[in-house]
Design a protein around this ligand. Structure first.
Ligand code: FAD
Ligand code: PHB
Length: 395
């Protein structure tokens, strides 16, 4: 058995874990990161695509935004489409100059892995059977197997950045956590297609056949989603049917046509809102999807993970530089304020844009929401400031 020590043990090499390791390195704090998948798998996992204003700024300010600045697409708004008409929401005009950057999560992951390895950072990919122990004491530890060898790393702190299905949250006694959850009765069928995006900015479309979203990854690659059942069987969706359904859900009075091309990836994602409180237990801290998830309609998942990391890195800096524990103690309270506002916004976007199960009164309310939000500057500004990202809390 191999034994070693570090300051912060990080479980998971998704955006949360990788950005945390990077920020800690900038503060001169040492970490070791353990990930159960391969590097290749992490770099190819297609997920979110929208970076809030503050997320893009943070990546740029901390030296990992070079490629994002070159290849990311700056968008100054989104379109809301309903009753076959498109309505533009102009972000800079409504938020005092803010915008979003469309840049795939896997590209952020690639950039962060490259930066960590270039700085001599330790990321152990392909580890097995990770467990966390001794969280209530002063030296919690990570135990796992790597390349056939059993290892124990003794840490000052453990960061649970291992996503919704990870091991960190379940290792906290259930009676110490309160779980809040909403499971939505629909999912998204998402595709990547090798075809130029049919719009300069994202289109969120509410249609009587169900919601559809047009997004993109580059000037040559479109990312599109269709509302479906959470248990949708992909075998029932040959490419032709997907394009036909997308054409119908995006149709406008002006006979707008969606450009079609070869589909290179398909997947179904179920939707839920989920939060645990508190996000910490002794010296184990939960960050990102390990602590909370949102339905993707508000494009908030990745951005919330980044906001948690920012708070936790500052709290650890205050601890190691000045011996202060106050921010660490308030970590959960600080993060949860933003988390719940993102849950609220994502819930609102999801309910308003999806078609849900035959409640005609609710359907009329959702249409009225869209009428209101596209007709009132105040309502439009509320949507815009949430979409580009609420300001980070002062910590
Ligand atoms: P993750 O990205 O999940 O990273 C966790 C890491 O921990 C992973 O690398 C995982 O392999 C690793 N891990 C897990 N268990 C262990 C273990 N036991 N030991 C070691 N390592 C472990 N958001 C959007 O805004 N738009 C989208 O379109 C969108 N699509 C999504 C599709 C899917 C299928 C999922 C699951 C999420 C999606 N999200 C989307 C949400 C967004 O991708 C997440 O909010 C974001 O990935 C959170 O980052 P994270 O680092 O907290 O977690
Ligand atoms: C994406 O590009 O994958 C994407 C964009 C906006 C969302 C969700 C996903 O709300």
């Amino acid at each position: 058995m191999k034994r070693s020590k570090t300051q912060v043990g990080i479980v998971g090499a998704g955006p949360a874990g990788l950005l945390l390791a990077h920020l800690l390195h900038l503060h001169g704090i040492e970490s070791v990161q353990v990930e159960n998948r391969s590097r290749n798998y992490c770099e190819r996992r297609i997920r979110a695509g929208v970076l809030e204003h503050g997320t893009a700024e943070l990546l740029a300010e901390t030296g990992v935004g070079e490629r994002m600045k070159r290849e990311g697409l700056i968008h100054h708004g989104i379109y809301l489409r309903f009753r076959r008409k498109s309505h533009h929401i102009n972000f800079p005009e409504l938020t005092g100059g803010k915008s979003i950057t469309v840049y795939g999560q896997h590209e952020v992951v690639k950039d962060l892995i490259a930066a960590r390895l270039a700085a001599g950072g330790r990321i152990l990919f392909g580890v097995e059977d990770v467990t966390v122990e001794g969280m209530k004491g002063k030296a919690p530890s990570l135990r796992f197997r790597h390349a056939g060898e059993e290892q124990v790393i003794s840490c000052d702190f453990i960061a649970g950045c291992d996503g919704f299905h990870g091991v960190c949250r379940p290792s906290i006694p259930a009676n110490e956590l309160r779980v809040y959850e909403e499971v939505y009765p629909f999912g998204w069928l998402g595709i990547l297609a090798r075809v130029a995006p049919s719009s300069d900015e994202l289109i969120y479309s509410r249609h009587e056949r169900g919601f559809a979203l047009l997004s993109m990854r580059s000037p040559q690659v479109s990312r599109l989603y269709l509302q479906c059942s959470p248990e949708e069987d992909l075998a029932r969706w040959p490419d032709g049917r997907i394009w036909q359904e997308l054409q119908e859900r995006f149709a406008t009075e002006e006979k707008w046509k969606l450009k079609e091309g070869p589909i290179t990836q398909k997947g179904v994602t179920a939707m839920r809102g989920f939060v645990v409180e508190p996000m910490q237990y002794g010296r184990l801290f939960l960050l990102g999807d390990a602590a909370h998830i949102v339905p993707p309609t508000g494009a908030k998942g990745l951005n919330l993970a980044v906001a948690d990391v920012r708070v936790f890195a500052r709290a650890l800096d205050a601890f190691y530089t000045h011996g202060k524990t106050e921010l660490l103690e308030r970590y959960s309270e600080i993060c949860l304020r933003r988390v719940w506002k993102a849950e609220r916004f994502s819930n609102w976007m999801t309910r308003t844009l999806h078609l849900g199960g035959g409640d005609e009164y609710a359907e009329r309310i959702h249409e009225a929401e869209l009428d209101y939000v596209t007709g009132s500057r105040a309502a439009m500004a509320a949507l815009a400031e949430n979409y580009v990202g609420l300001p980070f809390e002062e910590v």
